[in-house]
Design a binder for this molecule. Structure first.
Ligand SMILES: Cc1cc2nc3c(=O)[nH]c(=O)nc-3n(C[C@H](O)[C@H](O)[C@H](O)COP(=O)(O)O)c2cc1C
Length: 345
């Protein structure tokens, strides 16, 4: 992160990273959410918590970078250790707990940056501050949205991290509807004369199918722009790691390869429900171009990854983007985007 943050401030370093990644294949470009994504492969939230390094991450070949989660108040997160590898599962367990500098500090940092047209898209993921009671959550999200909306191409309302107590209760439609309506309104007002950012909600893989359907219906009803599916899971089923390794990692959200199946099922369910009326961003267990391509064919306009970057290294985003473009061409599509949902009957 230090190297990436440093590179983000040096145009020559950014140019060197861009040269290493290579120019994205034009067939990979995606038009969605009123934005132009150089590739459909993005970096999921939680890596660049404070928006320190999104320029360098974009230069590595990510078509979009979702920074955050940012909360209304600065907070240190949980005590360390709080991040573990389960190597035989190509998975991670984390209980970071939204360590971040807070919405005002992140907004101040973003105000210093100059973004150039054609660069990767910037998403900002917002969440609830730990010390704020659930009953006061809406006002806390609103604080972040008002501070950050002027800098975001899109905003994600995160109600699905397992590491902030009770946060996931906000996923019920009774709680979610007023929250999302408030965010939409605050983002519109805060954007002023700029175009307001697109608004998406990020959901957990541990929702029941009925709950997934309810979020999809709500999103359509209130004209939300999209859904990011999925966050980490609290489940520890179907793992190869020993009981002792799993125990040693302890509580937190599981990410990586074991999420592949559920993330795909949730995506397919959402696509059947909303078709092309919402932008679906699929995340969870995407490790290679085949995974990314399958998600696109199953209805994802965009995909994201985090854990695979840890195991696969920094060449991954460019490889995935060129890989999906090649697969689209081989399947007879001139653009990756034309294949979205093509596998869903
Ligand atoms: C260390 C770590 C921190 C994360 N922090 C956040 C976060 O702050 N906000 C969020 O919405 N998701 C967070 N996530 C979840 C990821 O964005 C993603 O949804 C999840 O890891 C599944 O994708 P993956 O299997 O490609 O890692 C985090 C994941 C990891 C591994």
């Amino acid at each position: 992160m230090e190297a990436l943050a440093g590179a983000s401030r040096r145009p020559r370093s950014l140019a060197a990273l861009r040269a290493l990644a290579g120019r994205p294949d034009p067939a990979a470009r995606v038009d969605a959410l009123g934005l132009s994504f150089p590739t459909p492969v993005g970096l999921a939230a939680g890596f660049d918590k404070d928006a320190d390094a999104f320029e360098a991450l974009g230069a590595l070949g990510f078509g979009f970078v979702e920074v955050g989660t940012v909360t209304g108040l600065a907070q240190p997160g949980n005590p360390r250790p709080r991040l573990f590898r389960l190597k035989s599962d190509r998975a991670l367990v984390n209980r970071m707990g939204f360590n971040n500098a807070g919405a005002d500090a992140v907004a101040a940092a973003l105000a210093q940056r100059r973004r150039r047209p054609g660069e990767s898209v910037l998403g900002i993921n917002v969440g609830k501050s730990k010390v704020v009671a659930l009953d006061d959550a809406i006002a806390d999200y609103e604080l972040s949205v008002r501070a950050l909306a002027p800098f975001a191409d899109y905003l994600v309302v995160n109600v699905s991290s397992p590491n902030t107590p009770s946060l996931r209760d906000l996923q019920t439609t009774e709680q979610l509807k007023p929250l999302l309506l408030c965010v939409q309104n605050a983002a519109r007002e805060a954007a002023g004369r700029r175009r307001p950012p697109a608004i998406l909600v990020k959901i957990a893989p541990d929702l029941t199918d009925a709950q997934v359907d309810a979020v999809a219906d709500l999103a359509l009803e209130i004209d939300l722009d999209g859904i990011v599916a999925v966050n980490t899971t609290t489940s520890r089923e179907h793992l190869r790691s020993s009981a002792a390794e799993i125990e040693q990692a302890g509580e937190g959200g599981l990410s990586g390869a074991p999420l592949k199946q559920r993330a795909t099922t949730v995506l397919e369910r959402l696509y059947r429900r909303v078709g092309g009326n919402l932008v679906l961003v699929s995340v969870g267990g995407i490790e290679d171009a085949d995974d990314a391509w399958k998600r696109i064919c199953a209805g994802a306009t965009l995909v994201q990854l985090y854990t695979a970057l840890v195991y696969g290294g920094p060449s991954l985003p460019a490889l995935l983007a060129s890989g999906v473009a090649a697969r689209a061409r081989a399947a007879g599509y001139s653009r990756v985007q034309d294949a979205v949902g093509s596998a869903v009957g």
